[in-house]
Every structure is written in C-alpha cells, then in structure tokens.
Ligand binder design. Structure first.
Ligand code: AMP
Ligand code: MG
Length: 413
C-alpha cells in the first residue's frame, strides 16, 4: 500500500475485510512475536490462551452415573425385579467385581458405575421393596442410559480448549477440571491513546465556556481493555502539525496507536498529514458509515494505527467495528471479528440509503429472542444518547426502510 495518496474511502464491507486481512496477518505472526505469561486460573478471565488446555486423563475418568438410581443391565430389567447388592456414593469405588445377572447396585449421581452395569435406572422410575427393585410402569431403557462412558467427553491428551481462545466461564471450568491451576496466556498488546483537539481539557480540569472534556480517551481505554489490550492514555495533543508529529513519534513504542479527532477535512485536522509526514501506509482513510465516516487505518513501521473521528459516538462505533477486531488479533484471539447479534425490530426505521448506519439502540430479550428499539439522538456527538443505549442497530448501506417486526443486526459495544 502506498503512503502517497491518502484518499481511500471504502464501503463498510470492504473496510471490514481489510481489517480482517490485517488481523489474520497479525494472528499468523503469532506466537513468535507476542510474549507469553503464566497467570493463576482465578485471574485468567479475559486473557487469551497461548497454549491449549489438554485433558490430563479421560473425561469422565470413569463410567459416570448421571442420575440417582440403580446401576444394572438393561436386559435383566426387562425380565423382572433385581436384587440390590450394595450402594455406591460419589467418590467411592466398587470393589466387588462385575455385577451378576439379576443384580443391581444403588448408585448416586457422579459415582462410577460398577463393571457389568450398562444403565442406571432412575430412582423415580422404580419400585423398591425388601432389597429388590423393578421398573415402575412400562418404561423401556436403552443400553448406556444415564451413564457417560469413560473418555466420552474427552480422551486423555485431547485438546479441550485450543490456544487462541479468550478465557471465560466455560474455559475456566474446563481448565480446572484438567488440573491447570495456571494458564499460559499471551501478554496484552500495548495500546497508546492520543486525543487531539484544541478544545479539549482533561476530566479533572474545569472546562472554559467553549471547551470540551476529553471523554474519548477514557471510553477508548475501556474498550481497549475489554478487547484484550493494555491501554495507556497519553496527554492531549493540540491541533498543530508539529505537536501532532512529535506526539505520534513518542507514542510509537507499542502495538496499536489510537488517535481521536483531527481526521476530518478541517483546516486544523492534522492527524493524517502528520502520519503521512512520518511515512505511514494508509489502508483506508474513510468508510461509508454513519457515524464514523472519516475513520483512518494504517501502519507505521511495525505498529498499526487508527485515526478515529473525534465525535464520541463515532469513536466508540469505529473502535468496535475496526480497532477491536485488530486488537483482539494482536492479542492472539482467533475469534476476533466484531460482535453482532440478531434482534426483532420494535418500530420501523427510515434512513437515506448510501451509508451503513449504526444507530444507538436498546436491546433486551427473553427466551423467545431479543428485541431492539432505537434511542433518539442528536447525532454522533450525543454521548447522553449513547449512554442510554446498550448496542447499535445496523442499517445496511442499501436499505431505506427497516419495518417493524423485521429481524435486524445489532452491533455489541
Ligand atoms: P474532530 O474529529 O476533531 O473534528 O472532532 C469532532 C467533534 O468531536 C468535535 O465536536 C470535538 O469537540 C469532539 N471531540 C473531539 N475529540 C474529543 C474527545 N477526545 N473527547 C470528547 N469529544 C471530542
Ligand atoms: Mg478536532
């Protein structure tokens, strides 16, 4: 990609595909490039596995009863009542050899089925009296019922969770079951956050009448952390070519640089010019989306950068669409794409075609599925509306009308 002509405006799809291409490239460079570390299992949520979780023994390690009841042979049950020859609790071993024809062992959930038994008949499904049990009613059992065979879930040595997976609830449970008190994870990619704008003051300062608090650095740091990064908020940069160049140069010792503001066509928008002067390659300099049209993506030496539009809702949306996938990939996460869901639209939405739109929305649901409705907003500067939203309703580039009741896509933020 040439650094000479920074005017590349793409459709959402094309821009997303380009980010994905770079994300794949970053992933294929792993793990050579990224450092790894060992973390205690209890502190591993949100980290990305650099080594798989492997079953250290068969799972289950023995033929496990999944119900309280009586372990026996299906064929015997059909013939009549069975003699109860013992009791097995979870954690106990059966030491009396294989059960013989006509015998049953009372068994608790989680106990190892005795040899010779091919089913567990549930305690609710038998009548028991005088040391014998029999099937109640006309129920039929199949061999294997209520027993999970040893190794049926995972064989010793099998990969239970692959490298590249973000550690969450299920991965933690699976790792604990495999005896991993610590996990090997990728080091978090370092993310530099640079807000630009003469009008900006820090959140700790009292703004003048025409000044604006820098909110983007904080929302971006939160998004970067959620996407697996280790963010550092750098001082605000004034709208000045030299200052912007100096700040960018100093920020470059990291994996990803996020700039906000200064990417529009205004006289005092210096970000693109500064990047160009420093020799950056631009993958795109705009996308046909709303909000976030002036979004810029490129690479300078070994670090990627995004120039995100300064309007706070644009910043959030463009991060979620483009920066989050790349950052996840830099952190080694193989499922790195943006997070979309489906929901039923509550009220119709009319827009002008030509841009893929991401409109603040409220999504809620129950077992029948999610529903979504728009949140009224004053445009991409409206943080108060964004704060009332929990997602963004996606309107495809060609659509002019989404009808009530239609199933639509929602971007998770
Ligand atoms: P820009 O992209 O620099 O043209 O900025 C567009 C709008 O976003 C302006 O109204 C800015 O005041 C606002 N803005 C830019 N940067 C930030 C920031 N870091 N925090 C909050 N608002 C910002
Ligand atoms: Mg600005």
């Amino acid at each position: 990609m040439s650094g000479q002509s920074p005017s590349i405006v793409l459709s959402y799809d094309a821009a997303a595909a380009l980010v994905l291409r770079e994300a794949k490239r970053a992933l294929s460079g792993l793990p050579a490039r990224r450092e790894m570390e060992r973390v205690p299992l209890a502190a591993a949520a949100g980290r990305v596995l650099a080594a798989p979780v492997v079953a250290d023994r068969d799972q289950p390690p023995f033929a496990r009863a999944t119900r309280d009841g009586f372990a026996c042979r299906v064929a015997d049950l059909a013939k009549g009542r069975l003699r109860v020859v013992g009791q097995l609790r979870a954690g106990e071993a059966w030491t009396q050899g294989a059960i013989k024809p006509g015998e049953a062992v009372e068994i608790m959930t989680g106990a190892a089925a005795p040899a010779g038994a091919d089913c567990v008949v549930m305690v609710e499904h038998v009548t028991a009296a005088e040391g014998h049990v029999g099937l109640a009613g006309t129920r039929e059992l199949a061999p294997g019922e209520n027993i999970v065979a040893a190794g049926a879930e995972a064989r010793a040595g099998a990969i239970v969770v692959p490298a590249g997976r973000r550690v969450s609830v299920t991965e933690i449970g699976a790792a604990a079951a495999c005896g991993d008190a610590e996990l090997t994870v990728f080091a978090r990619p370092r993310v530099a956050i640079l807000a630009t704008g003469d009008e900006l003051v820090e959140v700790t300062e009292t703004p003048g009448a025409h000044q604006i608090r820098n909110s983007n650095s904080y929302s971006l740091a939160a998004q970067a952390r959620a996407a697996g990064g280790d963010p550092e908020i750098l001082p605000i940069v004034q709208d000045d070519g030299g200052a912007t160049e100096r700040a960018i140069r100093e920020a470059w010792d990291c994996d990803l640089v996020l700039l906000t503001g200064g990417v529009s066509m205004g006289k005092f928008d210096f970000v693109e010019r500064a990047l160009l002067a420093l020799g950056a390659d631009f993958f795109f300099t705009g996308a046909r989306i709303q909000p976030g049209r002036p979004v810029v993506f490129g690479k300078l030496a070994t670090a990627y950068f995004f120039g995100l539009p300064g309007n706070p809702v644009s910043t959030m949306v463009t991060f979620a669409l483009f920066a989050a996938p790349l950052l996840r990939a830099l952190g080694g996460e193989s499922e790195c794409g943006p997070r979309f869901g489906m929901a039923r639209l509550e009220e119709e939405v009319r827009v002008k075609a030509g841009l893929t739109r991401f409109l603040p929305a409220w999504v809620e649901g129950d077992v029948r599925g999610a529903r979504v409705r728009r949140i009224a907003w004053q445009g991409s500067g409206d943080l108060a509306a964004a704060a009332k939203a929990n997602g963004f309703l996606v309107v495809p580039e060609t659509a002019e009308l989404l009808t009530a009741g239609e199933i639509v896509t929602v971007l998770e933020i």
